[in-house]
Design a protein around this ligand. Sequence first.
Ligand code: NAD
Ligand code: TDX
Length: 366
Amino acid sequence: MTSAQRGQPRFERLLVTGGAGFIGSCFARDVLARRDGTHITVLDKMTYAGNPANLAPITSDPEQAARFRLVVGDIADPAVVAPLVAQADAVINFAAESHVDRSILDPEAFLRTDVLGVHVLLEACRVEQTRAAAGHRERSPRFLQVSTDEVYGSVETGESREDDRLEPRSPYSAAKAAGELLVNSYVVTYGLDAVLTRGSNTYGPYQHPEKLIPLFLTNAIGDQQLPLYGDGLQRRDWLYVADHAGAIGHVLEHGVTGQAYNVGGGNERTNREIVTLLLDRLGKPWSLVRQVEDRPGHDRRYAMSSSKLAALGWQNKVTFEAGLAATIDWFAANDAWWRPIKSGEWETYYSRQYGARLAGSSKASQ
Ligand code: NAD
Ligand code: TDX
């Protein structure tokens, strides 16, 4: 009888890189809360986006804390990575520089983490594969690369499918696409056991306030201006964070090696629609919204077919209405989490990204 047939997870010791960020911490919290014996080591560099508070529900629970370890370090550092991969049954790589606007301001960190970091992780997996072949460990680790719908580029009509061309258009998405290509090359060349997920725009509690929904929520709560790029008619497909994390766990367990799986939300909305929903629930006026200079190279629309993931047996559980309401209420109730983030380095970033834009902004028509 296999572990899956016994109802046990296929992988008992997980290395979760970038697990102190938004989606990786949700994955770690949700897996450990199942209390099924899974052990998780988080490797996180603790950049501006990494936050130990995202892991507090784990560390404050003795049973979960006993199955959890946080290592502060860089996925691009082989000396840190090698011993951790040696102890893991599977590696799930959430670690990335993840914000498009920051990639436009400073692309270099994106190449280091999203490309070279992936390479270091793959090399460590390859060493373990060799050790498994020599009988020094039971099996080689499975590698899951968390990627994004942005690798398809802007999709004017229809839906991206997994075998579509990759046409990334920002330094962020180009770096993520490069990371994916490296993963594929290790599957083809070295026979590594690796799978890919491409998630759509994710939202939910603990998301860094640089991203659209938490930025606009936290600004609106403080009656500050909301900088809407261009005409605000760009379209994104919104996916609740627990569903994104759950789908990643499902692909880890059931995905076919060498395959990519789209993880869509099935909730395509314009940015204007999102802003209206946020303001309505908070009871704040549209007059806070400012039309500002557009993001350079701004992708107009992302949309993916998730039928391949559905055929693998995954279905999202959280409706957009329920997920958005939970997110708005969480940010309204948890200013102790986000206020410290919106200080220090944040102020420098905010004035670089929005200072001139807001100074030259106009009232946004409703
Ligand atoms: P995030 O920015 O909230 O978290 C990233 C985490 O990675 C942080 O904890 C950071 O400290 C850590 N990190 C950065 N560089 C590192 C390095 N060199 N070594 C170790 N740790 C490092 O990002 P997120 O929104 O949680 O995204 C997680 C993953 O999902 C990323 O790979 C991203 O590309 C992908 N993704 C995100 C979305 C989204 O909408 N947020 C959608 C699709 C895919
Ligand atoms: O201030 C803003 N004003 C604005 O109009 C910000 C921050 C965003 N926007 C727009 C740009 C996009 O059309 O809102 C939309 C969403 O922007 P982001 O939250 O920055 O997300 P996006 O660029 O779509 O990328 C996200 O989804 C794919 C994540 O940040 C990526 O990590 C993920 O890969």
